[in-house]
Every structure is written in C-alpha cells, then in structure tokens.
Design a protein around this ligand. Structure first.
Ligand code: GLY
Ligand code: MN
Ligand code: MN
Length: 442
C-alpha cells in the first residue's frame, strides 16, 4: 500500500475508537463510510473516504459501515464490500472480509450485503444507538426498522430503543485537537505544498496559462507523494483573484497581473491550505504593493494574536481592523475603524472569514461558536489565517488604480502551549522576496 495512505499507524486508529467509546456512555456506535458518486454513465468521480470514517477506521473503501460496541468481547465490527474476482479485474483489490479483520483490526467483519440481517442482531441489547441519522439512507432505514420492530416486541421482553443520539459532535471534538502524529502529517502536506508553490513561482509568467502553472505545481505535489489535492487549486491571474473560489484556471497571465494561488497538497489524508499572491512580471505596481502591504500586515497581526484562550472571532477582528485602517489610509473607505467594523461596510472588500479549522478536511470539522460564545483556541488546534482584499465588481467605490486587484495571504497555524507555530512559514510572502524569486526565475 502506498506510504501516504498508510501514514497513520493502526494503533492510532484503535486508540481513537477506544477514546470515542469511552466518551459515550453505554450503547453502540454506528458510522457509515461514503459511497461512490457517479460522474457520468458507468464512470464515477475518484473516491475519497469520508473523513470521520477514515479518522476512526483507516479504511478507504466506499459503502462500509463500522459498528463499535463498548464492553463487548468483539467491540469492532466492519461491514465491507466482499472479495469479488470480477471487480478486481476491472477496478483492483478490495480488502474484503479477510482484510477487514486482519490489517484493519476489526474483531469481526461481514459482507455489506448482510447489513440488514446483522446490524439489528449486533444492536439487539442496546437501548442507545449513537448514529448520525441522515448520514446514510440504507443505515437510516435499517435503524428505523429495528426501532419499530423492538417497539412491537417490547411486551414480549425486547429492549426498546430509547435514544438515537448523534455522535458527530463528539467525533468532531476529537478531530479538532490534533495529535503529534496528525501534526506531522499536516506538516508533511504543507512542506509538499511549499515545493509546489516554488514550482508555480518558477513557471508563472506573462503568456502562460493558469492551468499550466497549476500543472507545474501539482506535478510537484504528486512527485513528493501527495496522491491528490485537499481541494481544487485556485490559480487566479489578475481580476480572477476577486472570485474567491475561482477554479476554472483557464486564462492566460498578463504582464501586469498578480497571480493568486490557493492550493493544498493532501498527504496521509491531511491537507495543507496555503495562499500566496505575487506579480507575474516580478514587480508590484505601486497600487498592488500598497494593497499587498495592508493584507500582509493584517495577516501578521492576526498570527501574532493566536494563542491559547483567544477567541476564534477575536482573531478575525484583529485582521479586519488592520484591513479597514488600510482602506481608510488609501482613501477608499471613510470614517472610523470601529464604526466600519460594526456596520460591516468593509465587506465590499473583505467578504470571507479570516480563519477556519484545518485537518483531514480543508474546512475541517468542529464549531466556531457554542452556547458559551466563540470557541477559545486550545493547543493542538490548527487554523488558517487568510485575510484578503478584493476590488471586484461589487466594490463600486474603488478608485481606478485598484480595480481588479485581489490579494489573499494564507498560512496554516498550529496553536501551541504558549502561542502558535506557523506550519507554512517556509513559503515566501515578503513582497521583496517574492519579487526577487520571480526576477531570478527569468
Ligand atoms: N481554499 C479554500 C479556503 O482557503 O478556505
Ligand atoms: Mn485556501
Ligand atoms: Mn483556507
């Protein structure tokens, strides 16, 4: 099996299952994998395991179901697609029932076709079932059927199902704080991404297509062992950078263009998420440089604010205040910073959040607020810091020289005991350094 796929050790998956079982009292936990998604006719999109299913099982095939029964002598059962020689000829190996109990560490395994018969049997003694209703149509139906059946048989001594509880918040809470092994995988994904950005900076030039720059970058990702991206690369020249999730990547770079690339290699299922913006000619125009300096200052101040106990939204406010002050200094916005912050006038130029969690998913799981208010940062959390300014068609007051400029700078930041570590700090972002890199490439 390839190294990136096997990067997490079986004992780490086992200890996650154990922690989950310990954190939920009684009952049994049922978690469904994803399914193939058809692209057209008999061709599917490339399958990637649903992240929480991967987090708990390390099993990368679709259609599987995991059942965890704390206290049982066989606490971990996997339902898997069975061995199928014809399938193997067309699509390659499956773990099958034998692979599930061996390398994957299940105590028992069944072909997924037996789910209707076996799942009610495995859950027979449970009055609480931890399952995210709605996550899988087939499992929804089976669980609904067994609840009805047990209700009907209650007079004859069947244990009725009293609670169906969603374990998602519990799993998300585990995923939100990364272990050392997870941080090492994230760091590897980010280090690979750094090499990709280097290749992109060497390749981008006036007359080169966005998709060609993308190919050079992603070629480095693949070369270094990343099997796929964590999300579709955004390779946006000129005003395309004002389209926040521009993924068409089909235009040709012009001599005055900035190039914004937002990309992340995936490694061992963990993804980087980095953005850099630089002038393809090797020289910022004065207007581009003025905006760049504001975004960079905002990003650095927000990173400086990251430490345990700080609120998630407070980091956004630090970044946003700097952006607003910069817009006022440029004469683009009027008034006071705090007033602009509260009436959100800046949203014509900065319409996204400064941060999101990062991990197995690019927009990783876990809440940003709970009933106590904004989430406070804790060591082991990983978040992006990604302020930007965008002078697209929505920004009607923009003076001519700023029109079409879109700049975002994004790093991946680990909260540590006493502050933070910028995992992506090796990727250049100082404007003079960016200019020198592009000039040297010529
Ligand atoms: N790449 C998407 C984002 O930065 O959130
Ligand atoms: Mn990004
Ligand atoms: Mn991001």
């Amino acid at each position: 099996m390839n190294a990136a796929r096997m990067a997490t050790q079986p004992q780490e998956f086992r200890s996650r299952r154990r922690r989950l079982m310990d954190s939920l009292t009684g009952g049994a936990i049922v978690i469904a994998a994803g399914h193939d998604s058809p692209r057209n006719n008999d061709v599917d999109h490339q399958y990637r395991q649903e992240s929480s299913f991967w987090y708990l099982t390390g099993f990368d095939e679709p259609d599987a179901v995991a059942v965890l029964r704390p206290g049982s002598t066989t606490p971990y059962t996997l339902f898997v697609r069975p061995y199928d020689p014809t399938f193997e000829i067309w699509m390659g190996r499956r773990a099958g029932v034998r692979g599930a109990v061996g390398p994957l560490g299940a105590n028992a395994a069944y072909p997924v076709e037996q789910l209707d018969a076996q799942l009610p049997r495995l859950l027979a003694e449970c009055d609480t079932i931890y399952y995210a209703l709605g996550s899988d149509d087939r499992v929804d139906g089976i669980i609904s059927g067994l609840v009805k059946q047990r209700r009907r048989m209650a007079q004859r001594g069947a244990k009725s199902v009293r609670r169906i509880e969603d374990p998602t918040a519990q799993i998300d809470a585990m995923r939100q704080v990364k272990s050392d092994d997870e941080i090492a995988l994230l760091q590897r994904a980010i280090d690979i991404t750094a090499v990709g950005f280097e290749a992109a900076m060497q390749t981008a030039a006036p007359g080169i297509a966005e998709y060609e720059v993308q190919a050079a970058m992603e070629r480095s990702f693949r070369h270094l062992g990343s099997p796929r991206n964590g999300y579709p690369s955004i390779v946006a020249g000129g005003s395309n950078a004002c389209v926040l999730h521009y993924v068409r990547n089909e235009e040709t770079l012009g001599p005055e263009d900035l190039l914004l690339i937002d990309a992340g290699a995936e490694y061992g299922y963990y993804t980087a998420d980095v953005t850099r913006t630089w002038p393809v000619s090797g020289e910022f125009t004065p207007a581009q440089r003025a905006v760049y300096d504001i975004v960079l200052d905002s990003q650095k101040k927000a990173i400086d604010a990251v430490k345990p106990g700080v609120g998630f939204d407070d980091v956004h406010r630090v970044a946003t205040r700097v952006l607003i002050q910069g817009l006022i200094d440029l004469g683009i916005m009027k008034g006071e910073v705090e007033q602009n912050l509260s009436d959100a006038a800046y949203r014509d130029y900065y319409m996204h959040a400064t941060s999101h969690w990062l991990g197995l998913d690019v927009h990783d799981c876990g809440p940003y607020r709970d009933d106590k208010g904004q989430i406070r940062l804790r060591p082991g959390m990983v978040l992006t810091i990604e302020p930007g300014l965008y002078f697209g068609p929505q920004a009607k007051q923009t003076p001519e020289e700023y029109r079409g400029i879109g700049i975002r700078i994004e790093d991946d930041v680990l909260v540590t005991e006493d502050g933070c570590r910028v995992l992506s700090e090796a990727i250049p972002k100082e404007p003079d350094e960016l200019e020198a890199i592009v000039m040297d490439a010529r």
